[in-house]
Design a protein around this ligand. Sequence first.
Ligand code: ZN
Length: 330
Amino acid sequence: MKREILLCSAAMLSANAALAQPAGGVKVSTQAHAVHEAAIVLDTHMDTPALFSRPGWDIIDRHSVEQDGSQVDLPRMIDGGVDGGFFAIYTPQGPRTKAGDDQARAFGLVRATEIHEMVVKHADKFELALTADDAVRIAGEHKRFVFMSMENAYPLAGDPGMLDAFYALGVRMVGFAHFTNNDFADSATDKPEWNGLSPKGRALLAEMNRLGVIPDPSHSSDAVLGQVIELSKTPVVLSHSGARAVFDNPRNAPDDLIRRLAAKGGVIQINAYNAYMAKIPPNPDRDKAMAALRMKYRGRRLTEADIVAETAERRAILPAIRSLAPISMT
Ligand SMILES: [Zn+2]
């Protein structure tokens, strides 16, 4: 029987209150596990490539969120029945200057190369996917498929034409902005500057449609989301957002836009990051301790031992918070 593709966030597994406990210790219900095993499951936003340059960190080894803050590796993908997903080239937004653009483009190219290096190193377990058919074939060969995506179009250096180069490298989904506005679009977490897409953002969307790159308005403002749904000639994917009707946060989308997204064949993937799902009660002592911790490690190139130590210190401050993904990456 042909397996259907199921879009799902791997992080959601940890939210199951239940029951079966596969080898890796990830608790999922037997029912959820059976669904994942029967379907082709992908996660549409994995920050994991940010870990590929960590000395000694390898995706085929088992890690734990408690120890090093990581959420995805091959053993845990197998535990969760996750067949692949979009591995993100995430670039923090920096200065919108020639120098900033040049640096962002170089950063994006390096990250793209690191994704390719991971796939080459583990060619028996991972394979780059460029089309939906590739994903089906690769999953059928019991390997994990690796789509490449871009979170924040900053590495395009303000030039929609640059998408061609990243497309050639394998990028198939692009998010317009991140925590602050950029030359393409307004961010969900910044003040309106373009009132949606900029002229360059509209040109970028046209390039995405021409090439067959999925537009991803996660992190972009409601105005951007509405305009992308309206203008795009292909379905739109919110790779990691939530529903504002469930929790009022600018990173979450309002119901009317989610309905319009669905009406045009789009998909929303729920972000399981705690701050976007429920109100975290104020706690000045906790905030002070977190600020001190950030200062302690700020500006340092962290070794693996530093990361383990920092994760343990963070966990001591935030014992009840399960997802320890740094806010800068969510
Ligand atoms: Zn994000």
